[in-house]
Design a protein around this ligand. Sequence first.
Ligand code: AMP
Length: 118
Amino acid sequence: MTQATLFARIVSGELPADIVYRDDLVTAFRDIRPLAPIHILIVPNRAIPTLADVSVGDEATLGRMLRVASALARQEGVAEDGYRVMINCRDHGGQEVYHLHLHLVGGRPLGPMLARSR
Ligand code: AMP
């Protein structure tokens, strides 16, 4: 299996995942190796490899991804204290799975966004 098909197979139901939300445009499931008490991935149902590959036709999907992140943060009880959403893009962004996904991370203080290199 290539990495590109991994999240597509979760979206289709072929591979198991702890799915917390699904609609016509996006699916959200818990990260298998969570970095914090809450770590949810929100992915488009139609595979887009990276953020660098989006086009104007993807605006509804991108907007839905953010709105679902906000709703899930509320549902998971982290909205009041705050949380972080991240999209890693390609090699320098540290992207491992080439099916666009938004990380929703929270449930503890997350520290600085990036370590400063000197
Ligand atoms: P990224 O580095 O932004 O591409 O993030 C990929 C994320 O996918 C990582 O946080 C992994 O832990 C997560 N991941 C990989 N395989 C699975 C899986 N089968 N189910 C849930 N999360 C996964």
